[in-house]
Write a protein that binds this ligand. Structure first.
Ligand SMILES: *Cc1c(COP(=O)(O)O)cnc(C)c1O
Length: 419
């Protein structure tokens, strides 16, 4: 019987197998047909401490006994109040206000709306958004508008709004990026905001750029009074080696988007955090100035309880030590492949490694991607290349044996699959 389920980023016409997962723990998935699959990409970059973390599961179970859901416009609840206070304690000042939503894409939409609302409400309307080449900020219309244009959004291109795009700051070519940003900021038609994925561009191909460049972009924005939005949806919660990637550049954004690892990857939740100036621009006696955004499940109490458990794990357990350890283990594994003649641009930041297999300029739609995906699945690995870019982004708790299996399989693919 064929399933009525329509899957995301899945070409159903290719009749690829769709494994049914029964349970998971740590970095391991168990399928209906009894296979033990290693989750090498943290279930699409969300799982940080590991699947079904006991503290997070317990917090969810506990919260279900008290309060499931409550409208958040004009109402509040303890899990959301606690989470907002504890987020402020963890995140750098002057980030001072926490707006809840339920996905990374939505947190980006909220960030863009906050930026435009800020400029409107202080009486200096601005509408231009500056973005980085190869960015990914989600699949909603606004998220796609500020992201890289390509085959993924061709059908919707006429509806996407125009943005100004900075060239990606390739090593050695950073000045071109900074010069373009400086020029845009000096323009009479000033940008409202720059939005970036700090240090690591995820869906755009796991592209890494330097903390110095991130700091320089932030400095230009500050000097020209252009809002700086950091989309830390993927980079946040330790992925790049620090709680936020911005930390490595000593950068504090005006607006930061967090989701994915916010609940440890257990349930959907997102926040957009902003500075006092942005909040104050929306606070007045005039109802027309309020921030016009909500979704039905804004700040769902069960999701907030999961996030509170995640924050407790960060506070009480040696999470950063585990991340540093995974970084070292990843680095040792990458060394095995770095000099292979079919591997190029082997790179790493924090817990993430990436490399191109075969043609270093292979496109996202090259048929190598699906063949690799199928091969890795046959080796009981959840590893989902971006075109011919293979990356490894496991839950922090992954065992050495499982990491060995991942890199062993990449090595095997190099001999059998990659031309
Ligand atoms: C995943 C991702 C998003 C979108 O998050 P969703 O929860 O999938 O909507 C936005 N920005 C970045 C940088 C991401 O990696």
């Amino acid at each position: 019987m064929t399933s009525p389920v329509w899957h995301p980023f899945t070409q159903h016409g290719l009749e690829q197998p769709i494994p049914l997962v029964r349970s998971a723990e740590g970095a391991v998935l168990h399928t209906e047909d009894g296979r033990r699959i290693v989750d090498a990409i943290s279930s699409w970059w969300v799982t940080t401490h590991g699947h079904c973390h006991p503290r997070i599961m317990a917090a969810i179970a506990e919260q279900t006994k008290a309060l499931d859901q409550i409208i958040f416009a004009g109402w509040t609840h303890e899990p959301a109040e606690t989470l907002a206070r504890d987020l402020l304690a963890m995140m750098p000042a002057p980030l001072s206000h926490v707006f809840y939503s339920d996905s990374g894409s939505t947190s980006v939409e909220v960030a863009l709306k906050m930026a435009l609302g800020y400029w409107r409400n202080i009486g200096k309307p601005r509408h231009r958004i500056v973005v980085l080449e190869h960015s990914y900020h989600g699949d909603t219309i606004g998220g796609m508008s500020v992201g890289e244009r390509g085959v993924f959004n061709q059908a919707y291109a006429p509806l996407l709004f125009d943005v100004e795009t900075l060239p990606f700051p390739r090593a050695g070519a950073e000045q071109a990026t900074l010069d373009r940003l400086e020029a845009l900021c000096r323009d009479d038609n000033k940008p409202a905001a720059l939005i970036v994925e700090p240090l690591l561009l995820g869906a755009g191909g796991m592209l890494i750029y330097s903390p110095e460049t991130l700091a320089a972009m932030r400095e230009i924005c500050a000097r020209h009074d252009v809002l700086f939005i950091a989309d830390e949806v993927m980079t946040g919660w330790g992925r790049t080696g620090t709680l936020l990637a911005c930390e490595q550049a000593g950068v504090v954004p005006d607006i930061v988007c967090l989701s994915k690892g916010l609940t440890g990857g257990a349930v959907p939740l997102a926040v957009t955090m902003a500075t006092p100036a942005i909040f104050e621009a929306h606070r007045s006696r005039d109802r027309a100035d309020m921030f016009f955004h909500s979704s039905s499940y804004t700040a769902n109490p069960i999701a907030c309880a999961a996030a509170n458990a995640n924050l407790a794990i960060w506070r009480e357990e040696p999470v950063l030590d585990g991340i540093a350890d995974l970084g070292r283990r990843q680095s040792a594994q990458l060394e095995r492949l770095r000099d292979h003649p079919k591997v190029s641009n082997a790179r790493q930041i924090g817990t993430v490694t990436a490399m191109e297999l075969g043609d270093p300029n292979g496109a996202y739609m090259s048929d190598l991607g699906p063949r690799l995906l199928e091969f890795f699945l046959s080796r009981d690995l959840l590893l989902r290349p971006l075109g011919n870019t293979v990356y490894v982004m496991p839950p922090y708790c992954i065992a050495d044996d499982d990491l060995d299996r991942i890199y062993g399989a990449i090595g095997e693919a190099l001999e059998t699959i990659v031309a």
